[in-house]
Write a protein that binds this ligand. Sequence first.
Ligand SMILES: O=C(O)[C@@H](O)[C@H](O)[C@H](O)CO
Ligand SMILES: [Mg+2]
Length: 402
Amino acid sequence: MKIQSAKVIVTCPGRNFVTLKIETDQGVYGIGDATLNGRELSVASYLEDHVIPSLIGMDPRRIEDIWQYLYRGAYWRRGPVTMRAIAAVDMALWDIKAKMAGMPLYQLLGGRSRDGVMVYGHANGGDIAETVEAVGFYVDMGYKAIRAQTGVPGIKDAYGVGRGKLYYEPADASLPSVTGWDTRKALNHVPKLFEELRKTFGFDYHLLHDGHHRYTPQEAANLGKMLEPYQLFWLEDCTPAENQEAFKLVRQHTVTPLAVGEIFNTIWDCKDLIQNQLIDYIRATVLGAGGLTHLRRIADFASLYQVRTGCHGATDLSPVTMGCALHFDTWVPNFGIQEYMRHTAETDAVFPHDYRFEAGLMYCGEAPGHGVDIDEALAARYPYKPAYLPVARLEDGTMWNW
Ligand SMILES: O=C(O)[C@@H](O)[C@H](O)[C@H](O)CO
Ligand SMILES: [Mg+2]
């Protein structure tokens, strides 16, 4: 069996998505996600110019060997562009193997550990009242876990707090927009949101919060401590994690559970955090961290230290990643939670899939493979548009951590 051809499809049915399709000489094909928000075309080039030529003629069943070939063979290890390109190939190869076996992907990974996987949605608001309303909206839809973010008085256009929107709408722009930030104002305000949410909805729902890497370790420790009465499921990215040791300070001061890892590429980014038990949830995902082959290694390592998974699932990952993540979550023994931001109807149409949401849980399908395809004719109707995540600047113009 041989890889006969492979191609990259770039489409923008709401957000930009980069998709890899690998075709074999036996008519079976596999699909992988290669999207890197704001740097999409660099991964497309990495695949088209450097990876695809080396894949032609290889045996697609040798998933592990191809992973090692792309990772070690490049000489330049790690990094978001390289690891997303590898992830795309890996997803497509697992898709091919599962289709050939006539099995849904989770069966190949080791079979079912649970019926459905708990997901959390994003409730955003310009102020506390709006966020409370948005949380209510998710409660009504049946969610058991909700991430809550609110605008902060005095901070201009804080990130990710657009008025109770179900879908994230990126600005269509050739340059990133500028948002504001002020740590003191945020620290004074965020605990009030959770006080209000617990008063309104009680303690039967899981509440989560994302700090978007914006606090120093000392400030993050302070926030975690102030949030303790509200019993969060987790506080995410409370401080930048390039220096994994920084989490020791946070950990010493608060029992609020900590989650990190949506921007991690490999096990090396989370090794110290996991083995020193400085976090409770690892957010590495199939796309970000080199595919199922590598994510499985991270999860197994994490299980030794009681760290659970919490895969990234924002809408800048395509439904292909969501499909793979749901098969992974269905199998992985140390599952914690799965993020689920809803894609637009246009995106769902471009990527036909068999996963579904019901009563706060998601279910992967039983079709052979990972269950997500791409409608190439429809994809061609939505050409790439430059779009970026915003940057954050302080009132005096200083660039802030993102
Ligand atoms: O936890 C989240 O879903 C966010 O941090 C997003 O991943 C980020 O805005 C990039 O899309
Ligand atoms: Mg996040």
